[in-house]
Ligand binder design. Structure first.
Ligand code: NAP
Length: 320
């Protein structure tokens, strides 16, 4: 089969399309024919060697995907061959024509979702869910600022928070991104490149501040986030690409909390709860993964450039 292989850490050019043997499912494993693979920023950090890989090199990237079950190993009986599934984690990597997964890493794909949408679920939706409900403990009627709402995690958070009954403020860096964030459920949208844009958060909350912030770029925004929180407000750091200085007094004066999330650290129980809740949303239509663009598998280097540098409008998805 064809698969993207990475022989050594480096830039996008180390992603090479190669022929590799078809994987064979062992006990408890499921072989999925991949119809679409989701591209996440973390795939680029792993490629660059920023996250140590316990199995070293070479490897096939990709945590997320969607496709059809082809075969199951001994004791893996939950899915029949031909079942449509989405993948949240894989043993062999999803940037390939086939991937091996533990049975616990695959979930039924709702009938109303395409394979491309299924590939947009794993990391982004699970992260948004965990950040909103386990970390920020957001309640109906509260206000949340999704700081970076036009990407995979942000759009998922907007849809989830809106369905909960929260008041949702989302930010994006482009006009098209702001239209998308509004369409997907934000009550208000702001431009995170405009000077003084966070003052609007205080106006929109009648001076009270926001109850929660989901932060996609903490090294730029954390200090400002602390100044727009309501009493006992919570910031969840989801993404950060560097250092930042903050004023600890901001935490004291409003009794606020800053916490972080690592979706790979979710427990098995949390993970199964998250996906049960997400599937209910997909079936009911409150959650609708947004695919910005599809690219052929061989264009993985371009996808890695774009997921870091291009303005976000939902997910980038690779098609084997
Ligand atoms: P993505 O699809 O590439 O989206 C990136 C988002 O960041 C876009 O909405 C982008 O908006 C926004 N952004 C850019 N400049 C910003 C600024 N100055 N202030 C606020 N937002 C800004 O990425 P993603 O998949 O949503 O992931 C977002 C971040 O979370 C990444 O850093 C990723 O590594 C991290 N992440 C962490 C976890 C975890 O477990 N901790 C899990 C998933 C993701 P525009 O393009 O419209 O400017």
């Amino acid at each position: 089969m064809k698969a993207i292989r990475v022989d050594q850490a480096g830039g996008p050019e180390v992603l090479k399309l190669q022929d590799v043997p078809d994987p064979v499912p062992g006990p408890g494993e499921v072989l999925v024919k991949i119809h679409a693979a989701g591209v996440n920023p973390v795939d680029t950090y792993v490629r660059e060697g920023l996250y140590p890989r316990k199995d070293g090199f070479p490897y096939t990237p990709g945590f997320d995907g969607a496709g059809v079950v082809e075969a199951s190993g001994l004791g893996a009986e939950r899915f029949q061959p031909g079942s449509r599934v989405y993948i949240a984690g894989s043993l062999t990597g999803t940037y390939a024509e086939r991937a091996l997964c533990l049975e616990s890493q695959i979930y039924p794909l709702a009938e109303n979702l395409s394979f491309e949408q299924g590939a947009a679920v794993g990391i982004p939706y699970a992260t948004a869910y965990q950040a909103l409900f386990s970390k920020a403990c957001l309640r109906p009627g509260e206000t949340v600022l999704v700081h970076g709402a036009s990407g995979g995690v942000g759009l998922a958070a907007v849809q989830l928070a809106r369905a909960l009954g929260a008041s949702v403020i989302g930010t994006a860096g482009t006009e098209e991104g702001r239209r998308l964030v509004k369409r997907e459920g934000a009550h208000h949208v702001l431009d995170h490149r405009a000077p003084g844009y966070l003052e609007r958060v205080m106006e929109l909350t009648e001076g009270r501040g926001t109850d929660a912030v989901l932060e996609m770029l903490a090294n730029v925004n954390l200090s400002a986030d602390l100044s727009i929180l309501a009493h006992r407000g919570r910031v969840v750091v989801i993404g950060s690409r560097g250092k930042i200085e903050i004023m600890p007094r901001d935490l004291m004066s409003r009794e606020t909390t800053v916490t972080g999330i690592l979706i790979f650290a979710a427990t098995p129980r949390e993970t199964s709860e998250i996906h049960a809740a997400l599937n209910a949303g997909f079936e009911q239509g409150t959650l609708r993964p947004v695919v910005a663009r599809t690219l052929a598998l061989r264009e993985a280097p371009r996808a890695h450039e774009d997921v870091i540098h291009a303005p976000a409008l939902g997910k980038i998805v690779l098609l084997p």
